[in-house]
Design a protein around this ligand. Sequence first.
Ligand code: HEC
Ligand code: HEC
Ligand code: HEC
Length: 275
Amino acid sequence: MPGKPERTDHPIFAYLIGLGVIMMILVVLAGVLFHFTLSPHAPEIITPVKAKLMPVEHSAILEESRKHEEFEVHRHFHNIIEFPKLSENKRPVCFICHSDYPHSKSKKVRSLLNMHTQYFACETCHIKEGKDAKVVYKWYNPYDENPEGPFFGTSYDVETGNLVAVEDILSKISPYFKKAGGLSSAIQMQDAPLAKDYMKVRDTLTPEQRDGVKNKFHVNIKPKGHECNICHSKKGIFDYNKLGFSKKRTADLEQLNVKGLITKYENFYLPNLFK
Ligand code: HEC
Ligand code: HEC
Ligand code: HEC
């Protein structure tokens, strides 16, 4: 039976809407396909095939740390600020194996500790003081031998009461060994011979060998970092005035009620932190 002749005079927007709907369907379809085949958050159905066709150089440590980083970024998504990534020779060795958020064991303080890694080099809390070398603290900037500040978090804006915004967001407080010849940095960089050598061969090392190398990087590192009160108290290790902190900021940091801050959370238990 001959039907009515097909209508061909649709208004142009009808075609546009049709096109829009088709595009949306395609995008959703592509997303679903990606999710089931290659996405690291799903079954990864064809990942083995891809690995076969396009072999990439593997580093278990790097992969682990990237995964960890991604996880942490997701967990901290609400307070991540875009931070310039330093080139490898300006990055401390610790980041070969640890992420920017290395603390995970103690749930109650890990975010606070990880927050501090934005202001300090790892060694600021983890350095072992030697018998013959006293440690002093100074601002360190990867591109400037003697950064002058103003540094982040050192003073308040009188009008708003917020911390003053600063241009220098790279400088961190770092430890230096005080020796006869002057100050020498206590942080190891990724361009140090040991680090370079390690990066060359790390993929070929067995887990045991890796463990051995790990210990070499850890020689000056104590497993537990400084406790909160070592800095948040009147007799702390920092000379806040010399580091450029304002009087008001210093008073706040010294008097910070760390115990109150942490015990605010119920049933807080920290094995060795507050003996
Ligand atoms: C060659 C890889 C590697 C480098 C470089 C490295 N670490 Fe580690 N680190 C590890 C591994 C592996 C562990 C054990 C697993 C863990 O606890 O995360 C570890 C554990 C630690 C621990 C926990 C205590 C312990 O001994 O288990 C601290 C603290 C630490 N590292 C600090 C640092 C600091 C600070 C640096 C930079 C000076 C650094 N690490 C450089 C691999 C490395
Ligand atoms: C504000 C001081 C501070 C800074 C800065 C700091 N740490 Fe720690 N770190 C600690 C303390 C305190 C502990 C012990 C935590 C506990 O008792 O659970 C610790 C523990 C660790 C551990 C043991 C595992 C864990 O999950 O807690 C690792 C690994 C570690 N630090 C690595 C690093 C690295 C790498 C850096 C630099 C990116 C760094 N830390 C910077 C204070 C610090
Ligand atoms: C190595 C010294 C040091 C250690 C150890 C340390 N802090 Fe801090 N903390 C500081 C300094 C310095 C600042 C301010 C940094 C900045 O804003 O530039 C700070 C900032 C803070 C702030 C933010 C305060 C504000 O007004 O912005 C909190 C909260 C805090 N620390 C809690 C802790 C807790 C809890 C611990 C122990 C788990 C701890 N800190 C360990 C030195 C330290």
